[in-house]
Design a protein around this ligand. Sequence first.
Ligand code: ADP
Ligand code: MG
Length: 253
Amino acid sequence: MKDRSMTASERQPLLEIMGINKSFGDLQILKACSLNVRSRETMVIIGPSGSGKSTLLRCINLLEPADDGNIFFEGNDIARELRRAPEIRRQIGMVFQNFELFQHLTAIENIMLAPMKVLGMSRSDAHDVAMDLLKKVRIPERADFFPDELSGGQQQRIAIARALAMKPKLMLYDEPTSALDPEMIREVLDVMAELSSEGMTSIVVTHEMGFAKRAADQIVFMENGEVIENASRDAFFGGTVNERATRFLDQIL
Ligand code: ADP
Ligand code: MG
């Protein structure tokens, strides 16, 4: 018998993507993409610009409907459940390259907003939750600063805290450090790696291979809208990967 400590819900993938296609006009952007992410796992997705990585995340989050195929989230096909999108998005946090914070709100207000508006939490409860999250992302002293008074690395950590405030079951990160100055990349990746090690199920589009080495359970290589390689971290860094993935890695490392 395998690992008896796992519950049924942990054995079943949290997210199961089966053969999704997505076109914009005549251009097919995603081609029969299939991926599984189990609860507590971190998947890193790499691949050239234009290969469909952001589109894939946007389909998972229902910001774009997939044309066909299935996206099972906790066993339910959400691929075209656009009516349920707000409810599903509550359970899937997303962090973007350019932070996308509300500029007219302070750091802590950015984090408090959704718990109050969407979950109906009281102001004082939302404040407590936000303060704990500010500690978690290691900038409690910046609670009352506005986004334009914060560094890029600090803004991105606020964006992560804001996503976590909804207690998501899955976090999606779309190139979260690619708009940052090099000295700030580490502070953001450290927070993400800590969350992963604590069991936050995550899909991370990034070319930070140091992060992948530290935090990824699976590494996926996409090219031209296709999943070309999907390997465990050990297989991937052990060199038993597809030749196109290897060539891509040689370019970015
Ligand atoms: P990546 O994140 O890997 O760089 P994207 O998913 O952003 O790739 O984009 C893949 C392709 O899809 C690109 O050629 C892009 O121009 C195209 N694309 C993305 N979103 C749209 C859209 N809303 N309408 C038309 N084309 C789009
Ligand atoms: Mg992208």
